[in-house]
Design a binder for this molecule. Structure first.
Ligand code: HEC
Length: 106
C-alpha cells in the first residue's frame, strides 16, 4: 500500500512537472527509478553488479553500477560508455529517478 501510494504521488509529480515545472525541480524518487532500471537490468544485473555472461560476450569488465557517479550514469545513458551504447528514452525526471535508484543499490 505504501509503495502504491508513493507511485501515485510520483506520477502526480511527473504530470505536474510536465505542465508547470522545469525538469529536476522536485526530489528524485528511487522507487519510480526502479521501473526505469528495467532498461539496464539485463546487462547490469538486478543489483547493478553486472551480468557476467554479457561482460564475457562483450569482452569487458562491467563495474558495479552503484559505484558510478551521477555524471558517469548520465554520460553512459546519453552517449554510451566504452562498449555500451546510449540508452534511448531516459531523460528528465526518469533519469533523476534512475540515478536515485542506482545509488540505493549499495
Ligand atoms: C546491452 C547491455 C547494456 C545495457 C542495456 C546497459 N548497459 Fe551500461 N554498460 C554495459 C557495458 C558492457 C559496460 C562496460 C563498457 C566498457 O567498459 O566498455 C557498461 C557501462 C556502464 C557504465 C559505466 C560504469 C563505470 O563505472 O564507468 C554506466 C554508468 C552504465 N553502464 C549505466 C547504464 C545504465 C544507467 C543503463 C540503463 C539506462 C545501462 N547502463 C544499460 C552494458 C549495458
Amino acid at each position: 500500500m505504501k509503495f502504491k501510494l508513493r507511485n501515485l504521488i510520483s506520477a502526480g509529480l511527473i504530470c505536474g512537472a510536465a505542465i508547470s515545472l522545469p525538469a529536476g525541480a522536485f526530489a528524485a524518487d528511487a522507487a519510480a527509478g526502479a521501473a526505469v532500471y528495467a532498461k539496464c537490468k539485463s546487462c547490469h544485473g538486478p543489483k547493478g553488479e553486472g551480468n557476467p555472461a554479457i561482460a564475457k560476450a562483450m569482452g569487458v569488465t562491467i563495474k558495479p553500477l552503484a559505484d558510478a557517479s551521477d555524471d558517469a550514469i548520465k554520460g553512459a545513458v546519453a552517449k554510451g560508455a566504452g562498449k555500451m551504447k546510449p540508452i534511448a528514452g531516459v531523460a528528465g525526471a526518469d533519469l533523476d529517478n534512475l540515478i536515485a535508484y542506482i545509488h540505493s543499490l549499495k
